[in-house]
Design a binder for this molecule. Structure first.
Ligand SMILES: Nc1nc2c(ncn2[C@@H]2O[C@H](COP(=O)(O)OP(=O)(O)OP(=O)(O)O)[C@@H](O)[C@H]2O)c(=O)[nH]1
Ligand SMILES: [Zn+2]
Length: 220
């Protein structure tokens, strides 16, 4: 039931971190902002992440003792191709713009499709289109739970960077609870922008119904 396309068995979502990750490589990369200007960020890779995937941290220089953090789940369709089915692309652009101004840590997690993988996400899209299922019902139809994401690796990455207190940019309560359970203190929660369009409105409505703190009256 809870296996991904790559056949992995998710670990429990709470409890102390059993393994510690360490920084593997830090390298500077010029990152493009929405105004097409460039800012240098540091891309950081890790050794010892719990799920063995290639998650990266994109660190924009920061001076605060408690940095701004965004935990972004990979969405190839939205992040790379600008798919209008979801709000992932605009959320990523927003955070690159913001953190390149103010500093912060962007954790880019390889959790495509809320953890079910790209191919399964495309199956879920097909079910949404053909049978009118919402994003969560389509997951269940494919025998997955609503959301398979485990943020243990995010906590490991933050600790490896020497960060245990954060200001988190999210509308997703599960990210807050899981990070706290994994020993990260979320001192402040800052909402992301609401990038509502005619095409992703239903997607956002269902997210709000599932507990995301999205004010659908707003638009980006
Ligand atoms: N299974 C599935 N995953 C989707 C679908 N649409 C987007 N996603 C994935 O959802 C993830 C983004 O999660 P969201 O629930 O939109 O937002 P969030 O990251 O939980 O919350 P915020 O921190 O507030 O942005 C990405 O990995 C997308 O690939 C869908 O229809 N089905
Ligand atoms: Zn998306």
């Amino acid at each position: 039931m809870l296996s991904t396309s790559s056949g992995e068995t998710p670990q429990p979502r709470t409890g102390p971190l059993t393994t510690q990750a360490t920084v593997r490589t830090r390298v500077e990369v010029p990152v493009r902002r929405s105004d097409r200007d460039w800012r240098t960020a540091e891309m950081v890779s890790f050794t010892g992440l719990a799920d063995g995937r290639e998650h990266i941290a994109v660190v924009f220089p920061f001076a605060q003792a408690v940095p701004l953090v965004r935990v972004h789940s990979e969405c190839l369709t939205g992040d790379v191709f600008g798919s209008a089915r979801c709000d992932c692309g605009p959320q990523l652009t927003e955070v690159v713009d913001l953190f390149s101004d103010r500093g912060g840590i962007l954790l880019y997690l390889r959790q495509e499709g809320r953890g079910i993988g790209l191919y399964n996400k495309l199956e879920a899209y097909r079910l949404q289109d053909d049978r009118g299922l919402d994003t969560f019902a389509a997951n269940r139809e494919l025998n997955f739970s609503d959301d398979l994401r485990d943020y243990r690796v995010a906590a490991q990455m933050l600790r490896a960077l020497g960060v245990t207190r954060i200001r988190l940019r999210t509308n997703n309560p599960d990210k807050i609870h899981q990070l706290e359970n994994y020993g990260i203190t979320v001192e402040e929660v800052l909402p992301t922008g609401v990038h509502r369009t005619e095409r992703n409105h239903e997607y956002l409505r269902v997210k709000a119904e599932q507990g995301h703190t999205i004010l659908l009256g707003e638009s980006s």
